[in-house]
Design a protein around this ligand. Structure first.
Ligand code: FES
Ligand SMILES: [Fe+2]
Length: 393
């Protein structure tokens, strides 16, 4: 159902839509879902890394069997950081006094203590899963929902995980931006890859679904783009051929996860399914290797954004291998760490994000009132993002 202009002007509820801190309505809402937390390839067997998700800290490691394990940040003995630990098979041993925990979190060795001591000690563990080249974690009190959290897109192709991007603003800004197709014609007009979507402006409509929100962007040219916004922070969208790829890979399907680090920061954890098979995969990977070499040689994305914010570089003249990401972060994080939505002026082109806010407000208010929130379902296999002109191929 489309949001009417009258609804856009309706006064807001008092629940904080942006926070995901534990114990808040937003935090309780978000902890109903799996969250992408890292790329699989960034956590090698035998290694542990720190992760911060929704204002809470954890240690993530991969054991010798390949299994990923998520445990509390600190050792229950005297609070040492667990990601400094030694990974031994699928267990982890704290570097401070050598206490060792198995993958259920049970302490199985406390070398300086009496026999039998370890069995009374355990570290908190959290469910994990791996799919699409990503590691997901579940942080809620209940049983986790079905995994993976959405079906793999059908059809042949190659799935690539992009380097994880740290974005210095609240996750909801980027999720809202993903519902704002009009920005593409402006924010991404200086160079970059989105020229194919810049020739006319779409009329945006959106509808709530059992799994999130389906958004339609319809252009005067007849081009229709349907984008999936999967609750609470995932977007599946078809985008134009990637910058610097000379069309290799076609129009990929991109899945964005906007994972909150805390209320002021979030991660972009992104996979792209490109339309290449067989030998084309090799050619695609070669082209991507050139792209990644250029990316590695270029200034850091955030330093370019900082220069834009400081007025040292004009937004319009910036060039960078990740130009679209530079542009998006400059705009979205430039709204402030947590955008002050009380001073904004919404229009009809904001219909997608306005509807999502209504949904979020409703759910958070139900949680705040102690009611029963919506039971979200997994996206059906045949609900996929599309772009094109109906009737034409
Ligand atoms: S703090 Fe971890 S073993 Fe002592
Ligand atoms: Fe963008």
């Amino acid at each position: 159902m489309a949001v009417t202009e009258r609804e856009l002007l309706r006064p807001r509820t008092k629940v904080d839509l942006t926070t995901t801190k534990p114990g808040t309505p937003g935090g309780i809402f978000m902890r109903q879902f799996w969250h992408a937390i890292a790329r699989s390839e960034d956590v090698a067997p035998g290694h542990a890394i720190p992760v911060r998700i929704m204002s809470e800290d954890y240690a993530l490691y991969r054991g010798a069997s390949g299994r990923v394990q998520l445990v509390a940040q600190r050792c229950p003995h005297r609070g040492a950081l667990m990601h400094l630990g030694w990974v031994e098979n699928d267990d982890i041993r704290c570097v401070y006094h050598g206490w060792k925990y198995d993958c259920s979190g049970q302490c199985i060795e406390a070398p300086a203590e009496k026999e039998g001591f370890a069995k009374n000690v355990s570290i908190a563990t959290f469910p994990t899963g791996e799919a699409f080249g990503l590691i997901y974690g579940y942080f809620g009190p209940d049983e986790p929902p079905a995994f993976p959290p959405y079906p793999e897109s059908q059809g042949e192709g190659y799935i690539e995980g992009w380097p994880v991007e740290h974005v210095p603003c609240n996750y909801l800004q980027s999720f809202e931006n993903s519902m704002d197709e009009v920005h593409v014609a402006f924010t991404h007009s200086p160079g970059g890859s989105h020229a194919a979507l810049s020739h006319d402006l779409p009329i945006i409509t959106a509808e709530e679904t059992p799994w999130g929100m389906l958004r339609h962007g319809k252009r005067a040219s007849g081009m229709v783009r349907e984008t999936l916004h999967i609750a609470p922070n995932i977007v599946r969208v078809i985008v134009p051929p990637l910058y610097g790829m000379d069309g290799v890979g076609g129009w990929p399907e991109i899945t964005f996860h906007f994972t909150p680090v805390d209320d002021d920061n979030h991660l972009w954890i992104v996979t792209a399914k490109v339309q290449v098979t067989g030998d084309e995969v090799v050619r695609y990977k070669e082209k991507r290797a050139e792209f990644y070499a250029a990316r590695a040689a270029a200034p850091r994305i955030q330093s370019v954004v900082d220069d834009i914010w400081a007025g040292k570089v004009a937004f319009d003249t910036v060039r960078h291998p990740e130009l679209a990401i530079v542009q998006d972060i400059a705009v979205q994080a430039g709204q402030g760490r947590i955008q002050d939505r009380s001073t904004e002026t919404l229009g009809r082109s904001d219909a997608g994000l306005a509807l999502w806010r209504r949904i979020l407000e409703r759910e958070l208010q139900i949680i705040a009132d102690g009611g029963t929130p919506k039971k979200w379902q997994r996206t059906p296999d045949d609900v996929v993002p599309i772009v094109g002109i109906p009737g034409k191929h």
